[in-house]
Ligand binder design. Structure first.
Ligand SMILES: Cc1ncc(C[n+]2csc(CCOP(=O)(O)OP(=O)(O)O)c2C)c(N)n1
Ligand code: SF4
Ligand SMILES: [Mg+2]
Length: 350
């Protein structure tokens, strides 16, 4: 008999590397308006988690309130889920990850949920670098409450009834970079390929991923004069690069000429490959990222792609040096100080 090692059996056809079918990554049927950008995002989340090979039971899905915050019901029905109060998802995510760092958190929020009522929580989650994928389905309006302008609506954009927005927009990507978020990207609900590549890269990242996705509200904000409509986003997209993703379980062959593409290694050993698409852009350069965002904003362009990455910044759990095991599984001896330790503390306080 030969002593040569046999390769592991191949996963059955139409399954991912864990042997799961795509059906195991789906959720309930959507109740959103037909054509809503949020449903396009849902489809790409399902595809990315399936293709990457994430165990559904390791995922925590989190959200606040809004049409966008309903999204987690429509994917990964075998995962943990918590639909919280309006704008309070960052606190939930922080608690979830502190309690069990073995989970993968994905939060879906809206521009209202994040940049209005949730702003206070959002900025502190970014500062802390809580490990999670934070998606903003950004349509420039409060869709659920019938289309009022949100804080990300561009100055001068027009509401369905004709009113002009006379307040400046908050750019959530620029804000995230400023506050130390170390993976910041933007895409558009009409660009599935880019969305999937960025989502898979986010799965390999350790820290907060801020993923701003322009996701048109077809009922209240998809007309001429809106800067968050399908047509506007298609006509004004400024693509930073063609992005492709090589997972950690595939062999890496870097085949590009110097100056044509950039390869970025992620924490899990996977790679993202950025091929130049017009702009000479380095996503590890913070100043260039902020300048490019500003320039595109001022010229009415929608900048998409991997805008900023910094692999050196520690995430919140690493900073706190938390234990690897979920807190709920720790025996009492490891969570309660001994009588001697308590006596010592009491003596110090006397
Ligand atoms: C504490 C609280 N304040 C206000 C509301 C009303 N409200 C529900 S959803 C929403 C805004 C939703 O907008 P966004 O987050 O952009 O989600 P979208 O519906 O556009 O996807 C508001 C103001 C609420 N539910 N709770
Ligand atoms: S109201 Fe707008 S955001 Fe809400 S489901 Fe309908 S299209 Fe989507
Ligand atoms: Mg909205």
């Amino acid at each position: 008999m030969s002593s040569t090692m046999q390769p592991p059996p191949a996963a059955p056809k139409n399954t991912n590397r864990l042997g799961y079918t795509v059906a195991e990554y789906k959720g309930a049927d959507s109740t959103l308006c037909a054509g809503c950008g949020h449903d396009a995002v849902t489809s790409q989340i399902i595809k990315a988690f399936y293709e990457y090979g994430v165990e559904p039971w390791r995922v925590a899905k989190l959200s606040g309130i809004g049409c966008s915050s309903k999204t987690p019901a429509y994917f990964l029905s075998r995962s943990h889920g918590f639909n919280g109060v309006h704008g309070r998802m960052p606190a939930l995510a922080t608690g979830v990850m502190l309690a069990n760092k073995q989970l993968i958190s994905i939060g879906v929020s809206g521009d209202g949920d994040t940049a209005s009522i949730g702003m206070g929580q959002f900025v502190h989650m970014l500062r802390r670098n809580v490990p999670m994928i934070y998606i903003i389905e950004n349509n420039g309006v409060y869709g659920l409450t019938k289309g009022q302008f949100s804080a990300t609506a561009d100055y001068g954009s027009k509401a369905k009834g004709g009113a002009l927005n006379d307040l400046p927009a908050i750019d959530v990507c620029a804000l995230a970079i400023e506050l130390g978020c170390n993976f910041v990207c933007r895409s558009f609900a009409g660009d599935p390929k880019q969305m999937v590549a960025l989502l898979k890269a986010a799965l390999g990242h350790k820290g907060t991923t801020l993923f701003d996705i322009v996701s048109p509200c077809v009922t209240f904000n998809n007309h001429d004069g809106s800067t968050k409509s399908y047509k506007y986003a298609k006509d004004h997209e400024e693509l930073l690069h063609e992005i492709s993703y090589v997972p950690f379980f595939e062999q890496i062959n870097v085949e590009y000429k110097e100056g044509e593409a950039k390869d970025v290694e992620l924490h899990d050993g996977s790679h993202i490959r950025l091929r130049k698409a017009g702009l000479d852009y380095d996503p590890t350069n913070k100043v260039q990222a902020l300048q490019t965002l500003r320039r595109c904003h001022d010229s009415g362009e929608l900048l998409t792609g991997l805008i900023y990455i910094d692999g050196s910044k520690p995430d919140f759990l690493t900073l706190l040096n938390t234990v690897d095991e979920p807190l709920a599984t720790l025996p009492q001896e490891r969570t309660q100080p001994s009588q001697e330790d308590l006596n010592e503390i009491m003596a110090e306080l006397m």
